[in-house]
Design a protein around this ligand. Structure first.
Ligand code: BES
Ligand code: ZN
Length: 635
């Protein structure tokens, strides 16, 4: 069956192929394309698309550059005889065809988010182009760390972060989530270092510093990834393992011990894991995200090494992306909730199956609290329509879509569907959704169509369009949002109320309670979350004496505590707040802390002082956010 969607073709608008309606069997060569507009690429896939990348690169820690040649296999789709790539800050040296003939090319004008289009003239029969180029030392995806910025302190480190549209700063590529290609690579690094990609990976250092990689499943450009450093490997099971700097490897292996069980739980829910092995690399602390779902090899922040496995839902999340995102991919960044909302839903289901409903309900309540706060904040701002699941990011940085809406409103919408139609029916629908659409991209509209057909009609349930108008195309949080329930959290609320009514903490908690870790991380987060923003110095001191929050090893608890410290002017914690901000580059922690500081003049001065010291440790993704918050202009 082939579907023809209305085809809009305004002059300079870029279209991408979206593949839908393929047979049940995953057959990578027989996809039926439909056309969708991606506003964040220069590529014109209706003219020509890449299908395979052969990348050869040399990594120079001296110049902070990659010198590389990207050889693409391509398909010409019309008679324009040209192909357009996305680039950002790349120095293009040479473009050739398979026979080594130089091809003429031109770099277009620069856009602040999108970079520059690279247009290459093709002959009618051209099926291969080779692009020789060098990256800029300031390439946005790349972070080059000095030895001092690593745990080991001896070797430098390099990692990439390509999502959403930063891949183009290290590889000229058709950087649209709807365009997929396979890849192979040969990467040369300084002797003694290990290189890893989102591909088949080595587990040991190769003395000559040359590494080979293959990714034989088609992926979009935002899943291209590279890490280079003093990295060691430990196997956890037949198909799972962990990479980290040697001094962190044991801690990482301990923290992630349940990884194989997570893969099993995920497969049991929604079908086979399609990527072979599943490994996680724990990166240095400047990694700007909690995790990034690079295929076969999740990139993760060391801030999830709490020592007690309490933050491993992040691994469940990145693993879940192996289905939601990496198998079935948001067609454009306006459909980002199809990646993240599905993944939060899937993550919660994995957590429920490993640790029980009580546990996952705590996660769901924390997510709801954050969601309500963010909905309120966005509704007051410049873009209230950003509270809709379907976004309108044309002309904006796709990073603007990375809010609790995609994640948590997306999650609650899917949970609503589950509760409305029954878990059994909903799970069957999702399993079928992943297998039917594997290795293709999905628009919100195509998803709605499949939902109507394969969930509602199939189960003889009425289609309720109001559902889409509120959840997907409407502002705010719908009134029918599911309400998670947790007895544990109710008890936490009782204790918090008693505390606020004047009962001293020493009466609320016995030393045994503390020793026996009566409360989990999530209960503590809830406790800190229900306390009023600002407490008295005495209250803060009392809590700190009892629970030592200022020195918490748990990055989530520490951040929640430090927000209170700033709001309450609890100066005792300030030195440790500074240490945390200087040593951690995870934006999810930095952004709320700096945002809280800039609310007062003294706080703003403190923020600027800390930022002076901390900024060199942050990735572009983090500095671009915090610079704006502090009106900071780099010199
Ligand atoms: N894919 C995202 C990270 C991302 C999104 C990077 C958009 C760039 C643009 C990743 O899966 C993610 O969601 N990470 C979260 C962790 C998660 C448990 C919510 C993070 O980094 O905090
Ligand atoms: Zn995610």
């Amino acid at each position: 069956m082939k579907k023809h969607l209305p085809l809009i073709w305004p002059g300079a608008i870029w279209l991408l192929f979206l593949f839908a309606c393929q047979p049940k069997e995953t057959n990578l060569t027989h996809k039926q394309p439909m056309l969708v507009i991606d506003n964040h690429t220069y590529a014109q896939p209706a003219s020509a698309v890449i299908t395979h990348l052969n990348w050869k690169a040399n990594v120079s820690f001296e110049t902070h550059t990659l010198e590389a040649t990207a050889i693409y296999t391509l398909e010409q789709k019309d008679d324009s005889h040209k192909i357009i790539f996305d680039t950002n800050g790349l120095n293009i040296e040479q473009v050739k065809d398979a026979k080594g003939n130089a091809l003429s090319f031109k770099l277009g004008k620069e856009d602040p988010f999108l970079g520059r289009p690279l247009t290459i003239e093709l002959s009618p029969g051209t099926t291969q182009v080779s692009i020789t180029y060098t990256t800029s030392p300031n390439a946005e995806a790349l972070q080059w760390l000095t030895p001092a910025q690593t745990a080991g302190g001896k070797q430098p480190f390099l990692f990439t972060q390509s999502e959403a549209i930063l891949a183009r700063s290290w590889v000229p590529v058709q950087d649209s989530p709807g365009i997929r290609f396979t890849y192979e690579a040969e990467v040369t690094v300084p002797k003694g270092m290990l290189a890893l990609m989102s591909a088949t990976n080595p587990t040991e250092v190769n003395p000559d510093g040359v590494y080979h990689f293959t990714m034989d499943k088609p992926i979009p450009a935002y899943l291209l990834a590279l890490a280079v450093g003093d990295i060691a490997y430990q196997q956890l099971s037949n198909r799972t393992g962990v990479y980290a700097e040697p001094s962190l490897l044991q801690a990482a292996a301990y923290e992630f011990e349940d990884m194989d069980q997570m893969v099993q739980a995920a497969e049991h829910l929604y079908g086979p894991y399609q990527w072979g092995v599943y490994d996680v690399i724990v990166l240095p602390p400047s990694f700007p995200f909690g995790g990034m779902e690079n295929p076969k090899l999740t990139f993760a922040t060391p801030t999830i090494l709490a020592g007690d496995r309490s933050l491993v839902s992040l691994v469940a999340h990145e693993l879940a992306h192996s289905w939601s995102g990496n198998l079935v991919t948001n067609a454009t960044w306006d459909d980002f909730w199809l990646n993240e909302g599905f993944t939060v839903y899937f993550e919660q289901r994995i957590m429920e199956s490993l640790y029980g409903r009580d546990y996952s309900e705590m996660l769901a309540l924390l997510s709801l609290k954050g969601l309500k706060e963010e909905v309120e904040a966005i509704l007051k701002g410049e873009h209230p329509e950003d509270t809709q699941l379907k976004l309108h990011l044309k002309g904006r940085n796709p990073d603007d879509g990375m809010t609790a809406i995609a994640y948590d409103k997306g999650y609650f919408f899917l949970r609503y569907l589950e509760e409305k139609t029954g878990r059994k029916q909903f799970d069957a629908f999702l399993a079928e959704y992943f297998s039917n659409n594997a290795f293709t991209s999905m628009t919100t509209e195509a998803f709605i169509e499949q939902l109507n057909k394969n969930l509602f009609v199939k189960n003889s349930l009425p289609i309720d369009t109001a559902l889409y108008n509120t959840w997907i195309y409407g502002n705010g949080l719908p009134a029918n949002c599911p309400q998670p329930v947790s007895d544990k959290f109710k008890k936490v609320e009782e204790v918090a109320n008693q505390y606020l009514a004047g009962t001293p903490v020493t009466q609320l908690f016995t030393p045994e309670d503390l020793m026996s870790k009566k409360w989990s991380t999530h209960e503590w987060l809830h406790f800190l979350g229900v306390l009023p923003d600002s407490l008295s110095y005495q209250q803060m001191e009392q809590l700190d004496n009892m629970f030592e929050f200022t020195y918490s090893r748990n990055s989530e608890i520490l951040t929640a505590w430090m927000l209170h410290a700033i709001q309450s002017h609890y100066t005792t914690a300030y030195q440790n707040l500074e240490n945390f901000l200087v040593n951690t580059g995870r934006r999810k922690f930095l952004a709320p802390l700096y945002a809280e500081m800039v609310k007062t003049p003294e706080g703003k001065t403190m923020a600027l002082n800390i930022y002076q010291k901390a900024r060199p440790n942050y990735h572009y993704v983090a500095t671009s956010t915090i610079d704006k918050m502090l009106n900071y202009t780099a010199n």
